[in-house]
Design a protein around this ligand. Structure first.
Ligand SMILES: Cc1cc2nc3c(=O)[nH]c(=O)nc-3n(C[C@H](O)[C@H](O)[C@H](O)COP(=O)(O)OP(=O)(O)OC[C@H]3O[C@@H](n4cnc5c(N)ncnc54)[C@H](O)[C@@H]3O)c2cc1C
Length: 356
């Protein structure tokens, strides 16, 4: 496939971003939580909001296709990589104003731990609910990061929009402006950033003073919740939930009911730990993941009538899906599935009721 960028354009970009900073043919897999993805033709790491803005403006001016990469926790990058410029956001400054209880973060700041630790150390609450979720600030606004409210009630889903005060953007029209929370049109896994090519340069959160021990307990409880249910990223790389939720039904439940836990194609597997998560069993390709996604969608549609939509963004060029047939691996020792957890919870509740 011919490169999308001519030598003249590349040299013009090089002059703007610096010869020592603009790299060629950089493999993206290690920069994603899935550990999957081919090379970017051109690659630049922005280490401040100013550099981020300059890189985006340069790519737009030179008409170079670009992709803004956060922590790579909600994407699948194609095996053939990205024809254009990948800008990795490493603008990570975070500061707190104790008078106003504002936390200001550049958009490449990492929510867990950097942003949350800064807030908690300052005695400020509102972000600790998202402990353990891999995300930059920019990715969190793109997706309206969410998690359950603290235990024991866990009665509702909390969203990052609830504490967002304002954000500094470089808009699709190259305007540099600050917008309030209403601009984002937030929903579940949704924001205006899905529709417009705006770039978040930084964000300000309005937090509340709170007891530090209470926040630390919430963080511990949330990390424990995750470690019981989610595959650990260091040994079982993934992109979190693959399919969008279906209200009142649950994508994971449908997948489980169709007997798909443990289904593998190539090195990609529907993990027994969580029916809505596909893990990379070491050396998985995007082609394996795409074939497995298709297999899950076809099986669920055939057996239940529901169509599962993917939640993750597909980035770059993809090879055809792997053609080898799916097969099933048994549940490894020690893993508790969601169904078993629900059953145990029910038995425990029944015992408690009996004792009363
Ligand atoms: C193990 C695991 C558990 C997870 N659990 C949860 C969970 O509980 N709740 C939840 O909500 N999510 C969860 N996720 C999903 C993921 O963590 C979030 O979607 C996260 O916000 C992604 O952020 P990122 O920085 O990795 O974005 P990336 O994946 O790098 O990018 C995602 C999209 O955001 C865009 N983007 C990134 N930065 C900016 C910016 N500055 N301006 C404009 N656009 C930008 C990118 O261009 C891309 O289109 C989980 C993921 C994993 C792997």
């Amino acid at each position: 496939m011919p490169p999308a960028i001519s030598e003249t354009t590349r040299k013009a970009l090089l002059r703007t971003l610096g010869a020592d900073r603009l790299r060629r043919d950089v493999v993206l897999a290690p920069m994603t939580t899935f550990q999957i993805g081919g090379p970017a033709d051109l690659f630049f790491e922005a280490t401040s909001a100013v550099e981020l803005r300059r890189a985006i403006e340069a790519a737009r001016k030179l008409d170079i296709p670009y992709f803004l990469l956060g922590l790579g926790a909600n994407i699948l990058v194609g095996d053939r990589g990205f024809r254009g410029l990948v800008i990795r956001n490493r603008a990570q400054q975070v500061s707190v104003n104790q008078n106003t209880n504002h936390l200001h973060a550049e958009s490449g700041a990492i929510i867990w731990r950097d942003v949350i630790e800064t807030a908690v150390a300052a005695g400020l609450s509102g972000l600790e609910h998202y402990a353990g979720i891999p995300s930059t600030v920019g990715g969190a606004l793109w997706q309206n990061l969410h998690f359950l409210s603290p235990p024991p009630a866990r009665e509702r889903t909390m969203y990052i929009e609830e504490v967002l005060l304002e954000a500094e953007l470089l808009t699709e029209e190259n305007e540099h402006k600050t917008v309030g929370v209403e601009y984002f049109n937030f929903g579940y896994d949704q924001s205006i950033l899905h529709e417009r090519d705006d770039v978040v340069l930084s964000a300000t959160f309005q937090l509340e003073p709170a007891d530090i021990d209470w926040m630390r307990n919430t963080i511990s409880a949330n990390l424990a919740w995750r470690s019981e249910r989610h595959p650990p990223l260091d040994t079982e790389p993934s992109a979190g939930s693959i399919f969008q939720k279906i209200d009142g039904i649950g994508a994971g439940r449908l997948i489980d009911e169709c007997g798909l836990l443990g289904t593998r194609i190539g090195r990609a597997e529907v993990t027994h730990r969580h029916a809505n998560i596909i893990v990379n069993r070491g050396g998985a390709t995007a082609a394996d993941v795409r074939a497995l996604i298709q297999h899950v969608q076809d099986t669920v549609a055939r057996e239940t009538g529901y169509h599962l939509e993917t939640e993750i963004a597909m980035i770059g060029d993809f090879a055809p899906p792997t053609s080898s047939p799916p097969y099933q691996v048994p549940k490894p020792e020690g893993i508790i599935t969601a169904k078993e957890r629900a059953q145990r919870g029910k038995e425990q509740r029944d015992v408690t009721v009996d004792k009363k």
